[in-house]
Write a protein that binds this ligand. Structure first.
Ligand SMILES: C[S@@+](CC[C@H](N)C(=O)[O-])C[C@H]1O[C@@H](n2cnc3c(N)ncnc32)[C@H](O)[C@@H]1O
Length: 255
């Protein structure tokens, strides 16, 4: 739909002007913002997008992302049975459930928000295969210090707006991935780089889009051999706004 296409371009154009010309906004406080400003009405799949998001467009978003990941898994013969998974920025646990349905035997979920961690701890209290950890991804990944076949990070890497923090997180992920492991990233991956597209009413920047080229360069620097991009155009066909939700799959060694 033309309307959705224009809306998305406008968002990026506004971000471009704010970032490069107006130099508007200051970085958000990653430790407190999610609890004080984001999860204000509770935690659920829908509310990981926005407190006001409808159940239907939330389901539509998750379905479209699942479809892309499933396509990549199937076409590349990626093993999902009996694997160990790390999910970063778990929110309400949608991706924990997804990887468990695909056969993962152990899943670590990380989130910086106390509200999310409380929700997830209660949701998975009787599930021995799932461990929830509270804190900042770059530090926690190294503290947990386990190896994984899959590291999943949907809708979270663009919220790591500090460039050093973003680099440190990718390097920590790479260090914990098996040699045949994959890193599944949900985001934008466009042409323009370092565009701050979300600034709240208090002037706090909470989303930074990096270009596909920047992502590829950083992944190579951090020890990934190759990556594949799966563009998500589902946003064009629904009369609502969805988060940036294309999928980039990075391989340590494609085999
Ligand atoms: C937009 S939500 C996405 C949730 C989930 N991945 C999904 O797709 O349903 C982003 C989540 O990442 C978490 N988060 C943001 N920055 C983080 C960081 N540096 N370390 C760990 N979690 C983080 C937030 O608390 C939030 O729950």
């Amino acid at each position: 739909m033309l309307q959705q296409y224009i809306w998305k371009r406008k968002k990026i154009l506004r971000g471009l002007v704010n970032t490069k010309f107006r130099k508007y906004g200051v970085p958000y406080d990653t430790k407190s913002w999610w609890d004080s400003d984001f999860y204000v009405s509770g935690v659920s799949d829908r509310q990981t997008i926005s407190p006001k998001k409808s159940e239907i467009s939330s389901l539509y978003h998750y379905c479209s992302v699942e479809q892309l990941i499933l396509r990549a898994i199937f076409n590349n013969n990626i093993v999902t049975d009996n694997i160990r998974v790390l999910d970063i920025g778990s929110g309400s646990g949608h991706w924990i459930d997804f990887w468990q349905k695909l056969g993962a035997f152990s899943i670590d979920g990380i989130d910086i928000s106390q509200s999310s961690v409380d929700y997830l701890t209660s949701k998975y209290s009787s599930n021995k295969a799932i461990e929830i950890h509270h804190g900042h991804a770059a530090n926690l990944i190294r503290t947990i210090n386990r190896s994984y076949s899959v590291v999943n990070a949907i809708g979270v890497m663009f919220h790591i707006i500090d460039d050093q923090d973003w680099s440190d997180t990718i390097l920590a992920i790479s260090d914990q991935l098996d040699s045949q492991g994959i890193f599944v990233i949900g985001g934008h991956f466009g042409l323009l780089d370092n565009i701050d597209v979300q600034i709240d009413q208090n002037g706090h920047i909470n989303k930074r889009l990096r270009s596909k080229r920047h992502w590829e360069r950083k992944l190579r620097e951090c020890g990934f051999s190759t990556s594949q991009l799966y563009r998500n155009n589902a946003y064009l066909s629904i009369r609502d706004t969805l988060p940036e939700n294309s999928i980039l799959i990075a391989y340590k060694d494609m085999g």
